[in-house]
Design a protein around this ligand. Structure first.
Ligand SMILES: [Zn+2]
Length: 306
């Protein structure tokens, strides 16, 4: 067996390494429709396949460039919690997984936030990068989300969030689960302050992210074909022991069943979100005036009573 581990395995590894480094330099990429696409064409088409229309996964900065007017934005720094609170190790140490994800994506965490304009309206935008450990949410992402909420409330401007995650980080166990409650309370603060909150679910949005802030937007948009779920389809099928309907857990299926308000192609998101914000901001302004009138009325009745 020794000759297999000493000779064959390293040989195979070097062949795969060579292939992946060649892939990096090539002008072409592939799509799940089995077509080869020029990277430049994919880039020009908002990272959507020009042949089948599939919306490819993108990094946070690519998302910001496509979402903000003219691609202009300012990144917002967030607090940096400790990387590995439980000193978790499975097949390899969690710290090593974090280091590899940072090297691969150039991001400190799967989530990033930025400030800029959409259709000339000041907004905070948050995004998740699936290429960073599946966009999984731990303490760091939770704190970044709360920072986005704080910034939106402080500046009195809407918050738009692009979800893209497999759920909570198992490497941070109960601490990651706590982030579901913390982010939900964050959304509650937005609502108390009449700050519009728009969610755009992108492929995939799953687990604890679907079960917390991603389902709490004033308006919930999804990109075409995005998988949106809590548990996976296979788990559900094995549990209920029934065939699942066609298109189960896709954005279009959820639109038909009322969980999603609109399915919008990536190239129209800037203008669609801008139009929605105009409506929501008018409503928020009316609501704020109503709240003020109610407070004045209550104060007057208290004065009259005393
Ligand atoms: Zn394609």
């Amino acid at each position: 067996m020794n000759w297999i581990s000493k000779f064959i395995k390293p040989k195979l590894k070097s062949l795969f390494k060579k292939k992946s480094s060649q892939d990096k330099d090539t002008l072409w990429t592939n799509c799940s429709c089995n077509n080869l696409i020029l990277k430049e064409d994919l880039f020009k088409n908002y990272h959507c396949c020009p042949k089948c229309g599939i919306h490819h996964k993108i990094s946070c900065e690519e998302r910001f460039k496509l979402t903000f007017d003219n691609g202009f934005y300012d990144l917002i720094e967030s607090p940096e919690p400790i990387d590995d609170p439980l000193q978790f190790t499975d097949s390899k140490p969690y710290k090593d997984r974090i280091a590899a994800a940072r090297k691969k994506t150039g991001q400190r965490d799967a989530m990033m936030i930025a400030k800029g304009k959409i259709q000339n309206i000041d907004v905070i935008v948050g995004a998740q990068n699936f290429f960073y450990i599946g966009g999984a949410v731990g303490i760091a992402s939770g704190e970044i989300f709360i920072n986005a909420v704080d910034q939106a409330i402080k500046n009195k401007i809407p918050l738009i969030f692009f979800s893209c995650s497999g759920g909570q980080k198992l490497q941070e166990s109960g601490l990651a689960i706590c982030m579901m409650a913390k982010t939900t309370l964050g959304v509650n603060e937005l609502k108390k302050n009449n700050i519009p909150f728009i969610i755009c679910m992108t492929n995939p949005t799953a687990g604890g992210v679907t079960a917390s802030w991603a389902s709490l937007g004033d308006v919930i948009i999804a990109e075409p074909g995005a998988t949106v779920s809590f548990a996976g389809a296979r788990v559900i099928k094995d549990t209920v022991r029934e065939e699942l309907p066609p298109g189960f857990q896709t954005a279009e299926y959820l639109l038909d069943h009322g969980q999603v308000d609109a399915v919008i192609e990536r190239k129209y998101l800037n203008s669609a979100i801008g139009s929605l914000l105009n409506v929501l901001l008018k409503n928020a302004e009316t609501q704020a005036k109503q709240d003020l009138n109610d407070t004045v009325t209550i104060d007057k009745s208290i004065q009259a009573a005393s």
